[in-house]
Write a protein that binds this ligand. Structure first.
Ligand SMILES: C[S@@+](CC[C@H](N)C(=O)[O-])C[C@H]1O[C@@H](n2cnc3c(N)ncnc32)[C@H](O)[C@@H]1O
Ligand code: SF4
Ligand code: SF4
Length: 491
């Protein structure tokens, strides 16, 4: 019916924090509360402004169409209808198991501060039992990490057990110990996904952090994995030092058969808190520019949250719910990067996994979301919260000194990363974003056009001096007694 919506404007409810971004003639409008968004033409945007400010609305077909578009894309509410956000407590999906803390390398940034195998690591029998519990508890995936998982002589036995229990088995490895085609073939048979860490495209750059002779070993292993039919994922740590080599690195990777390359921003955790490397705002911008403009580097996947579909929201990063971490001694934490005493949820030697998962430490974390909860209070007023989900809490903690507090410089990176992805999603090319990213990521309030108050928070934010978080030092290394009947240690 002509004029139906205009006549009923009193039934419209415009969210107070409705936010928009401008690129050329396009207005990307976001409803932060529910992550809804749509791109409006200048004429449509004028209708939205009028609706928000109470200015008169012209009774025209175009106005009706615009109003209907706002309702259908949930950037405004009509007649009392609002989407309800149900924050279901996430069941366990992925268990990271550091099968040993020992490592044959000594990377200067290692968040796990790995060196020697710890005394009293879980035995073969205890590891098998852990895997059974993870499977019975309903998790889908187990990720073998460390330390260097290949140091465990019983690794393949435990992985085979995980597969027999119906779990997907992934591994993260420096690959230096994949020395023969037979071992590579075993990887192909056993693992659903193999991630290899590669820090550079030449011995000069890779060996600088991973150690002398490691590039040759890892490169050879990658070729053997390819020959065995494995298409590995690559983890590539980006530091302010290594960004200049990213394009060369991407070129090197093209000579291999890889699934994807994840750019992991250098985290100030474990040894990474006191090494000589760094990753900040300017590094983030350099990585983005490269990925947007270089046809080769465009295949790399920068770190950070990916926007979720317009009908869903991202409440949190999943720590303590979707994923948990078990260290080599059987201690359980919400995440491999969050291993302080306060986050210790229990030990598998003394409690069943189901009980530990129910512990208040983990429950509080998985219940906390950007829509409410003790770990996300700083996210309440953020314009991209529904798509960011609060970012990596461990990175926040390493910079702010508190798992519950956000580091506003990190938020600046997260916001820029998410908003530019939303523009891409709307059809704007990477080249256009590279030329205009600064202007097109400034958030403005639909009611009045003022810059969103959260945008400049980083300017006045004073981070606490970051504490040196030595992960290994915080793990209770006091041996936990084995349950009777357990078999001798694996080593
Ligand atoms: C702790 S390692 C364990 C597995 C194996 N030793 C390896 O290096 O692949 C797991 C992953 O974390 C990455 N990593 C280690 N320290 C990091 C840090 N401070 N910041 C970001 N990523 C880090 C490594 O490069 C590796 O890809
Ligand atoms: S990052 Fe991996 S390879 Fe390097 S020291 Fe840590 S556990 Fe070892
Ligand atoms: S950008 Fe910062 S404030 Fe916003 S949701 Fe992400 S972590 Fe929270």
């Amino acid at each position: 019916m002509r004029g139906h919506l205009v006549r009923n404007r009193s039934l419209f409810d415009v969210p107070k924090d409705l936010t928009y971004f401008v690129h050329g003639e396009d207005h990307l409008v976001i409803n932060p509360a529910v992550g809804a968004r749509c791109v409006l033409t200048p004429a449509e945007f004028r209708v939205l402004e009028a609706l928000a400010t109470g200015a008169p609305l012209e009774a025209a077909q175009e106005t009706e169409k615009a109003l209907a578009k706002f309702i259908l894309s949930w950037i405004v509410y009509y007649n009392g209808h609002r989407p309800t956000i149900t924050a279901n407590e996430s069941p366990l999906n992925m268990a990271y198991y550091a099968i040993t803390d020992g490592c044959n390398l000594r990377c200067p940034y290692c968040y796990a501060s790995s060196e020697k195998c710890l005394p009293n690591e879980l035995t073969t029998a205890e590891s098998l039992d852990l895997v059974t519990q993870i499977a019975e508890f309903g998790a889908k995936t187990i990720v073998f990490t460390g330390g260097e998982p290949m140091l465990r002589k019983d690794l393949f036995e435990i992985v085979a057990h995980a597969r027999a229990q119906g779990l997907l088995a992934n591994v993260i490895t420096n690959a230096t110990m994949i020395r023969t085609p037979q071992i590579a073939r075993r990887f192909a048979e056993l693992f659903n996904s193999v991630t290899v860490s590669v820090d550079g495209s030449t011995a000069e750059t890779h060996d600088k952090t991973r150690g002398k002779g490691t590039f040759a070993k890892t490169h050879k292993a990658l070729r053997m994995l390819n020959d065995a039919g494995v298409t590995p994922r690559i983890n590539h740590i980006v530091t302010s030092d290594s960004i200049g080599e990213l394009e060369k690195f991407a070129e090197f990777i093209q000579g291999l058969d890889v699934h994807s390359v994840r750019l992991m921003n250098h985290n100030e955790i474990g040894r990474g808190a006191s090494d000589n490397y760094d990753f900040g705002w300017n590094d983030h911008l350099r990585v983005q520019q490269l990925v947007w403009t270089s046809p080769i580097a465009g295949t790399l996947r920068p770190d950070g949250p990916r926007p979720v579909s317009p009908c869903s929201v991202s409440g949190n990063c999943g720590m303590g719910g979707n994923e948990i971490y078990i260290n080599s001694l059987g201690d359980i934490y919400p995440c491999k990067l969050v291993t302080g005493k306060a986050e210790h949820a229990g030990n598998i030697r003394t409690q069943p996994l189901a009980d530990i998962f129910a512990s208040p430490v983990l429950a509080a974390m998985r219940r906390s979301t950007v829509f409410g909860g003790e770990f996300h209070e700083d996210c309440a007023k953020c314009y991209i919260k529904s798509n960011c989900g609060g970012g990596c809490r461990a990175t926040h903690m390493s910079l702010s000194g508190d798992l519950r507090r956000n580091d506003r410089h990190f938020c600046r990176i997260l916001r820029h990363g998410v908003v530019t992805q939303l523009w891409q999603e709307s059809g704007v090319s990477r080249a256009e974003i590279a030329a205009d990213d600064e202007a097109m990521t400034v958030p403005r309030m639909v009611g009045g056009g003022a810059v969103h108050e959260a945008y400049d928070q980083w300017k006045t934010y004073v981070p606490k001096p970051p504490p040196v978080i030595r992960t290994g030092a915080l793990i209770p290394i006091m041996p936990v007694p084995r349950r009777s009947g357990s078999v001798p240690a694996h080593q």
